[in-house]
Ligand binder design. Structure first.
Ligand SMILES: [Zn+2]
Length: 335
């Protein structure tokens, strides 16, 4: 009897508790419902610590700002950097609070700094010209390579970023301003160079010698100036005229013999005649030398005979024309 009483009491207490719990749960539900109906999750937006407005759509607003900074209104605009990004603080405000996304957007972006992207053509690491696109810069280098410009190795392209846009130069102007005529650097003609018998370079240019030359011998031209063949790994420094062994070689102009001998340098037996105006003529692979160093020679005077001494595969005269140490194409002056 007593036991049943206790059990009943426990049951009544439990039921009371359950009722209370349900009541609390329901009121919470109503409260949440009210919040949802009358309030809206809103973010307070600050910029540099100052409240600039409210937004109910934080992610859309921020995406808009991000897009603005990355947007390319011009192909030279790399990006826009804005001074400060807004910060967001969640707050529950009444629904009637006005959000001002547009105003926030303007405030955040109006002080943006535009960064431009463009390209510089460099010569020896110095910036020479600016171009809008990499493609254009590449075109300039390509053109100069095609034209065999002497400075191709020194040229480069660098990507530039800056707050200000440089003045661009069109590709044609860049090419013509950068082009440099090639003077081939001293690789010797056949083998190891020896002292001053060698020129300091080859030029494909045509200059005035200030003296006139005559053909040193008659024969067939077998290798032209500037050509490459299996015998050499570099440009040919002279003109090869094939002629029978012993054919007379004449001085192309009056002058002084400044070399006559065999220096074992590939030229075989050869002669260098120095003329006026810094002009020199060279006669190589001779079978016989008829003048010696220091001798004065007249134009047309027979000074040597055709042979195949030195680095030569047959009887021929290797003839060179130099001025001030640079070798020029003999065919600009003779033949
Ligand atoms: Zn030759």
């Amino acid at each position: 009897m007593f036991k049943i009483n206790i059990l009943r009491k426990v049951a009544i207490t439990t039921r009371k508790w359950v009722k209370l719990m349900i009541l609390i749960f329901l009121s919470m539900l109503i409260l949440i419902g009210l919040v949802v109906i009358f309030y809206n999750p809103t973010y307070e937006v600050s910029l540099n610590g100052e409240i600039i407005g409210f937004t109910s759509n934080k992610s859309t607003l921020q995406r808009r700002i991000n897009e603005f900074t990355a947007e390319k209104k011009d192909e030279n605009i790399a990006f826009v950097q804005i001074d400060a990004m807004p910060t967001y603080k969640l707050c529950l405000l009444k629904k009637d609070v006005e959000t001002n996304d547009d105003e926030i957007f303007t405030k955040v972006t109006e002080d943006g700094t535009t960064y431009y992207k463009y390209y510089a053509i460099t010569e020896n690491k110095k910036e020479k010209f600016y171009l809008s696109t990499f493609k254009e810069a590449e075109k300039v280098i390509d053109e100069l390579e095609k034209k065999d410009s002497a400075n191709v190795e020194e040229l480069g392209i660098i990507e530039k970023y800056g707050k200000e846009l440089k003045e661009f130069t069109d590709t044609k102007k860049c090419v013509s301003k950068l082009y440099e005529k090639k003077i081939v650097k001293p690789k010797n003609i056949y083998s190891t160079p020896s002292a001053s018998n060698y020129s300091s370079g080859l030029s494909s240019g045509k200059i005035s010698l200030g003296i006139s030359l005559i053909n040193p011998t008659s024969g067939i031209i077998t290798s032209r100036f500037g050509s490459n063949d299996s015998v050499r790994d570099h440009s040919h420094s002279g003109l090869d005229i094939a002629a029978p062994y012993g054919t007379a070689i004449k001085a192309a102009a009056a002058g002084t013999v400044t070399y006559s001998g065999n220096a074992n340098d590939g030229y075989g037996y050869y002669i260098i005649v120095s003329h006026s105006n810094g002009v020199q003529t060279v006669y190589a692979h001779c079978s016989q030398l008829l003048v010696s160093k220091g001798e004065q020679v007249k134009q047309g005077q027979v000074i040597a005979k055709v042979g195949s001494t030195g680095n030569s595969t047959g009887n021929h005269l290797h003839f060179e024309v130099r001025k001030n140490g640079i070798t020029y194409n003999p065919q600009n002056y003779v033949y």
